[in-house]
Design a protein. Structure first.
Length: 198
């Protein structure tokens, strides 16, 4: 019984260790230089490809003093562009990102919508239209097997920071969970049998 228990615990630990670790992309290791400039020149950045309509900036840019959620750097949407993309040849799981509207006097977005697509360009899911304002708000998502994200808004400007994603399975597969459950049931059955034998 001890061998069975140790094998079960080792299997559970291996399963837990195989879960993907989240990466938070905060753009702070890039040099924005006090202006807004397309991030596409840095592709692939953090293992992701960013459409040319994403602009890297820092809090020194006029009207963007509140632009960063953490550190000093952030991404802003390009003027007149409603569809911003983030893609990868290797599927990833998307956990969400922080969004706000900048302090600039220009037009500001009132909502953003994040849609995820797989490698066959099939829609995986969407957050729907989520309201944003001058204070950062986290827009959560739980999209797996993502090849491309599309971010839209109603109008005007928004900023994004601290995007969370991971490679590999974000959660154990159902088959692995079933095996773990069977192992737990077998452990319980073995213990009951041992008690009856005493």
């Amino acid at each position: 019984m001890n061998k069975f228990l140790s094998g079960f615990i080792a299997g559970a630990a291996l399963l837990a260790a195989s879960a993907a670790q989240a990466t938070v992309v905060n753009f702070d290791n890039l040099n924005a230089g006090g202006k807004l400039a397309s991030i596409a020149a840095n592709n692939p950045y953090a293992g992701l490809s960013w459409s040319s309509s994403w602009y890297l900036g820092d809090t020194a840019v006029a009207g963007y003093g509140n632009g960063a959620h953490s550190g000093a750097n952030f991404l802003a949407n390009g003027f007149g562009v409603n569809n911003l993309g983030i893609s990868s040849a290797d599927p990833f799981s998307f956990g969400g990102a922080w969004f706000a509207t900048p302090d600039t006097n220009g037009s500001k977005a009132s909502w953003v919508n994040i849609s995820a697509f797989d490698s066959a360009n099939q829609l995986i899911g969407s957050t729907g239209n989520v309201a944003i304002g001058s204070s950062y708000a986290f827009i959560p998502a739980a999209f797996s097997n993502v090849a491309r994200l599309s971010i839209t808004r109603d109008k005007g400007w928004f900023v994004m920071d601290d995007l969370s994603f991971s490679r590999g399975a974000a959660v154990p597969e159902p088959g692995s969970l079933a095996l773990l459950g069977l192992g737990a049931a077998a452990l319980g059955w073995t213990r009951r049998r041992a008690r009856k034998a005493i």
